[in-house]
Design a protein around this ligand. Sequence first.
Ligand code: SPV
Ligand code: MN
Length: 585
Amino acid sequence: MSHSLLFLNDLSQKEKVKEIESLNNSELNEFIINTVKLCKPKSVYISIGDKDDKEYVKKKAIETEEEIVLKTEGHTIHFDHPLDQARAKDDTFILSSSPIPYVNTKSENEIDIYKLFNGCMVGREMYIGFFSLGPRNSPFQILAVQITDSPYVLHSENILYRNAFEDFYKNSSFLKFIHSKGNLDIKNRRIIIDRENNTVYSINTTYAGNSVGLKKLALRLTITKSVKEGWLSEHMAIIGFEGKKGKHYFTASFPSGSGKTSTSMLGRLVSDDLAFIREFNGKALAVNPEIGVFGIIQGINQRDDPIIWKVLHTPGEVIFSNVLMTEDKSVYWEGSEVEKPYSGINYEGYWSKESGKPASHPNARFTTPITAFENLDENYDNPNGVEIEGIIFGVKDYSLSPPVIEAFSWNHGIITIGASMESARTAAVIGKSDEYEFNPMAILDFMPVSLGIYLKNYIAFGRKLTKTPKIFGFNYFLKDEKGFLNKKEDKKVWIRWAIERVESNLDALLTPIGFIPKYDDLEKLFLETLNKEYKKEEYEKQFTIKLRKYLEKVDRIKLIYSQISDTPTEVIEELEKQKDRLLKY
Ligand code: SPV
Ligand code: MN
């Protein structure tokens, strides 16, 4: 046997080594052998994902102090390095022999994987996990193997993904993730995406967005795969909304920190972050690659977020990260609207109220199974997916985009709303918050291919559909001199309007940028949904189209896409049509 794992017997559980051997997956054996040889761990723990394995991995996370046990049963807390609190864009590279606009690339000879990873696990245990992105026994399924020396990473994955050891039988192909804490030398933090070999390497980081391979690292590989195969791998929630004529599933793409999670809580939850969307019989069907939630915790309070609040205050699996831990082993985070403790421990060490510093990091998170949410949708694990009838692209935009608009068509929506997104920067990315950023489909940070190729695939996908989902632009953040123009709860009304439009119950007003609600309809929806008056002057402030500013935006976006050599002609045409409409209005 050329790829025998038997040499592992001294390092690992013999029975499990045999089980892997019996899968007869030579690519898998080779991957494990090569990674063990490269990283040189002291021992190897093979997790096939049963109850014992899950308990073992969690126990190790606690023993190694990557997690600390909290007061509430099942809850733990994890701290990342102060400089490792968010996605590390500048340290994340797509391996590519030529540069790609808007994508951080490095060529193979600029990166020495061997040097980075050689012996990185000396003295430590290596963990191997086997997962499925998407439901098992499903045409959407993509397999993935995680190798890591961090039990916290594997513990997180046991919560966030479906264990699927048995599915690796014979030569099923899979995505490969190698992560090591290294020596947590943040200067040498590197995340390297090797598209050709379906492998991601990540070292000197523990923040889940950089280390939990199956989340945003896998997204780079699945986008690459999707554009080759003609489907969509998206940074979108999937939500079922009840209408007058039944339930309608929407996907929703918002840059993190712009309302995606709160929107997900207003309907039946299928996914809060990611979606695989494929065409079957002319319909767009979607599944959640994940079965857990890695959500932002800042601002979560009992009044506005009752469902999440309950999940975070009930015994069961929760990993808190980068919140404050108090002496009695409970947690506190900013914006929770409970009384601030006097002192505690956070990611920087000892914290006291007197310091005046925030108690928790703005990108502090919680990791929980999706089944903990009481608004879980019955189809959350349906191998056939759910039919998507609406797509929401949301931005955090203080001045321009109205609270809700509807596109004229698939291409119009994809191009002038989705691919034209500009949003205030989030705390989920290292750097200054609140600067406006071009962020098409809220996915630019994860883009592994040229935007031209990505959009070409989107346009072609739309053509395959017999009934394309309606496309909406949302913005919960409009402001004037006096502050926000909308209350948090107003989003229920924008969603209601979108549902009514999907059901063709309401007319709309034609503007150069898309359809907007009629005042009378909103007045009625505000009353019905929130029992609230909606004044004409509010409507006018929120829905008057700022022609000059929109013209500037079209020019900005057109400039971006005209500088990308493989931009499909449809993109420029659609932007020019938008410009014409704005000029003629
Ligand atoms: C997000 O911020 O969109 C996340 C967390 O889902 S991260 O994995 O860091 O991107
Ligand atoms: Mn996300």
